[in-house]
Write a protein that binds this ligand. Structure first.
Ligand SMILES: [Zn+2]
Length: 250
């Protein structure tokens, strides 16, 4: 029961918390805030890689043999690719519908609801494994959700949504993580044997978000100074996860 309490707090922080924080940051909109959003995104690139490769995969490999774990990670990456493709197909009827496209507001909302649901499952599986893992995973989710939500607000406002409506839809898509996370807690609590598999899929989700979403975003920026900041913040993100996980090993 105590674990469920931590999971609910973590889910509230990552869904409602990050939507409200990013929404209020956006009200003060200026250059400085778009800087913060960029830096959070770079940092999230590192914490997601770190949580996946240093936290979730080794944790899954304590219960399953490594060959099985990497097979599930591989399957997860392919699954996320296919699911993202299906979402793109179902919602985009025109040829040039991309995430950045301003006509893509419904896709942003549905795609995020889906993504947030997976984040919710990842959080539940991590807290069921250990409190520390749960905390690092929650931290990684918040770091990538704030710039993500800020970007989403920007797109929704540009496509003609009022601030209230944009906030409402972002909260709605954020709430999917609560539903999915709490359901996952009850399912995984009954079928404990599935937790390591859930961790392997979770690590695939984090790898996918970092390598397929965040890093391509970073490559749009080619100025040397910004590129160095990117490298340093990715390394800092990895280092935060590395050092905190190591401290708890002893
Ligand atoms: Zn996320």
């Amino acid at each position: 029961m105590e674990i469920l309490f931590y999971i609910i707090i973590a889910l509230m922080l990552t869904s409602v918390g990050s939507v409200l924080l990013s929404g209020s940051l956006l009200l003060l909109n200026d250059k400085w805030l778009s800087r913060i959003s960029d830096y959070l995104l770079y940092l999230a690139g590192g914490t997601l890689l770190g949580s996946s490769l240093l936290g979730l995969i080794p944790e899954a490999a304590e219960a399953l043999d490594l060959h099985t774990v990497v097979l599930w990670v591989l399957a997860g990456i392919l699954l996320f690719f296919i699911l993202e493709k299906i979402i793109l197909w179902r919602i985009c009827h025109n040829a040039d519908c991309e995430r950045q496209n301003h006509a893509a507001a419904p896709m942003i909302i549905i795609g995020d609801a889906f993504h947030n649901a997976i984040d919710g499952v990842v959080i539940a599986a991590s807290f069921l494994t250990s409190f520390e893992l749960g905390v690092f995973v929650t931290f990684s989710v918040i770091l990538h959700e704030i710039p993500q939500e800020m970007g989403d607000f920007g797109i929704l406002l540009k496509s003609g949504y009022s601030r209230k409506k944009a906030l409402f839809y972002n909260l709605l898509s954020g709430s999917s993580s609560l539903v999915a996370g709490i359901s996952a807690y009850f399912i995984l609590d009954i079928i404990q044997g599935f937790i390591p598999y859930a961790l392997a899929l979770a690590s695939a989700s984090f790898l996918y978000v970092s390598l397929a979403d965040l890093i391509p975003e970073m490559h749009k920026e080619t100025k040397p100074k910004e590129s160095i900041i990117q490298v340093l913040l990715i390394l800092l993100g990895v280092a935060i996860i590395f050092m905190s996980l190591h401290q708890h090993e002893h």
